[in-house]
Design a protein around this ligand. Sequence first.
Ligand code: CA
Length: 714
Amino acid sequence: MRAHLLSLALALPILAASCTEPPQVAAVANPVGAAAVTQERLLAAASEPGSWLAAGGDFEEQRFSRLDQIDASNVARLGLAWFADIDTERGQEATPVVVDGVLYLTTAWSMVKAYNIADGTLLWAYDPAVDRAKGADACCDVVNRGVAVWEGKVYFGTIDGRLIALDGKTGEVVWQQQTVDASMPYTITGVPRIIRGKVVIGNGGAEYRVRGYVTAYDAATGDQLWRYFTVPGDPSLPFEQPELAEAAKTWKGEWWKLGGGGTVWDGMAWDEKSGLLYLGVGNGTPWNQGLRSPGGGDNLFLSSIVAIDPETGSYKWHYQTTPGETWDYTATQPMIIADLTYPSGPRRVVMQAPKNGFFYVLDAATGELLSAEKFAPLTWATHVDMATGRPVEVAEARYEVTGKPAIVAPGALGMHNWHPMAFSRDTGYVYIPVTVNNAPYAAAKNFVPNMTGWNTGTDFAGGADLYKQPGAPPRGNVESYILAWDPVAAKEVWRIPNEVYGASGLLATAGNLIFSGNHKGEFVAYRADTGEKLWSAPTQARVVAAPSTYMVNGEQHVAILVGARGLPTDQIRTNPASANNSRLLVFKIDGDKTLPATLQVRNNAGPVKIDPPLLTASNETVASGEQAFATHCAMCHGVNSVPGAGSIGPDLRYSALLSFRGQWNEAVLEGNRAQRGMPGFANILRDGESEAILAYVIKRANDEKAAQEAAATQ
Ligand code: CA
C-alpha cells in the first residue's frame, strides 16, 4: 500500500496536449498530474487528440487517433524516444492512458506506474501488494489491462478483486473497495469504465466456480451504487433483477452451485448517444453444458452482449452470440461503438468480434442484429440465421450431447481474444488480431467439482486421437493475422499474416497507419488502407498489449507496453528487472535511443540445456501421471508438457526439480512456490499422483532430449 514519490521535480514546462498539428484545438492547460478527465472532456476526446484519455481512446473505444503528424510518408523515421524497464515479468496487457502530462499504466500483479511524458521520468509507482498465492485464481496470467482516469484520480482493479482510486499526482490511495467475496476465486484484469461519475468494474473467474457481475461505485467516495448479475442464482431465493427470473427458465439442473459463470472480465463500452452501457459476458462454468445445465437451454446471459442503463444498472436488451455455450466462447471481447454509413443510410452500431469467430454488428440503441459473418474459419456453426439471430450449429461440435470427442474451431483461445481491435474513421475498416486455432473437446468422464482449480467439465487430453485421422486439421494454433474487416459490407478486405503465431493489440491513426506489436519481437507500422508494412523496431519481447498515441511539445509519440509469456525465439534477456524484457517503449520521429544489447548483470539467460534424470518409473505410473498432468497441469504448463503460446507456466521438462523428488513434492503438494504463482495441490491430487506426474514429465523430458540429440546428429 505504498506510493513512491520518486520525483517531484516538476518544474518542467507544461506541455500536455499542446497539439500543434491539425485539427487545431485549444491546449488543456492543467498542471502535470492533474488527471482532470471530466465527462465533457471525455465526450470531446476527438477534439483533444494529443491526449489518450481512456484505455480505449474515448467512450466509443475505437482506438483511433486523429493525430496525423506521423504518417505513411515519414513513419520510416520513427525511432525510440525513451523506454522504461518494467519490474514484473508476467504478461503486460495495459494500454497507456495519457492525460495532463502523465502516462499511466498498469503492469502484471496490478501495479500502477505514472511517467512524465516530457522526459520519461517515473513520477510515482504504486504496488497494491497482492498476495502472490492469488495468482492460482488467474486463469490466464496475473495481468491488468489498464487504468481509468477521472477528476484527479486514477482507478484500477487488482487481481485480488479490489477497485482502488489513487491520487493522480501522488499515487496515494484515496479509497479502495473489495468488489468480490475474497474467499472465492474471483480476479480482476479488466479496465474500469467511468460514466457520469460512476466507476463500473467487472471480474473474472468463470474457469473456476463463480457467478459473474459488474458493480458501480461512486467515483468520488467509493460508495457502491448498484450491482448487476449476468446469470441467475439459486432460484429458491429472490432474483436480484426481474429479467433473471426469465433467464432462469433457460437453465436446467443446479447450475448455481458452481456459480454458472458469465463473468465480465474485459469488454464494456458506454454509448453516450443511446445512453446504454454494453457488457461483454463470458463463458459458462463449467464449460461443458451437459454438466452445467443438463438437457441444454440457452443459459442466458452467457456469451452475450447485455445493454443496461448505467444510471440504475437495469436491463435494456441483450444479444446472445453463443446460446448454450459449451466451448468457452466468451463474448467478453472489446466492443467498438461507431456511426456506419450503409447504402440505406447511417446507423449507430456496436461491434464485436468474440471468440466464436463471427463478427457482429448490432444497432446501438435497440440491439437489432445488422450482420453476423465469419471473420475466421470456425467449424462449430455454419452461419447465423438472420431471421432468428441464432447460430446454426454443426451437431458434431456438441461433444457433450453426442458423447463423442470432437475437434472444434476455434478452441478456447478463440478466433479473437481480449487483444484490442481498432476502427479507423478514415478507412472505415475494423482491424482485428485474429488467432485461428482448434482444439479437441471431450466431456470429462468423472467430473468432480474442484474447489481450488479449474472446472471446465472437459478432458483436455480426450479427443487427441482425432488428429491422427485422415483429413484432420493441424492441431492447435494454425495461423494468426491482422484482419482488415469492412463492417458495412460484412467481409474481409485484406489480411497481414504474422510470422510468429499470436495476437497483439492494435491502434489506428489519421496518419493512414495502424500500429501493432507481434510475437516475433517487433513493433510495426502498416498502411491502414492497404496493410503494407512500412516500419518496424525491435522490442526484444513478445507484445500482446495495444499501443496509444499522444503529443508532447508539438511532437507525436506512440507508446507500447511489451513483454509476455517468455522471450521470443532468438531473443536474450536485457532487462535486469524482468526476465521477459517487459518494458514501456515510446517512439517519435527521429527518436535516437536504442535498447540494451546485453544484460550486464547475473542471470543472463543463455540457451538452457535439457538434462533430465533417467526414467525409472513403470509404464503404469507414467500413464497415470499423463492423465493427472492433463487434468491439473496442462492448462498452465502446456498440453503434453510442451508449453504453447498460451501457456503461462514454465516448461517443466527443463526443471531442475526433476532430479529432486522431495523438492518436487514440496512445490507440487505443499505449495512452497505459491508466491511465484504455483499453488499447492495437496488437497487435489490423490496419493502418489504428484510422483506419477513427476515420472510423466521425466518421460517427456527424455523424449525431448532424445529428439534434440537425434536432430544434432543429422
Ligand atoms: Ca473463459
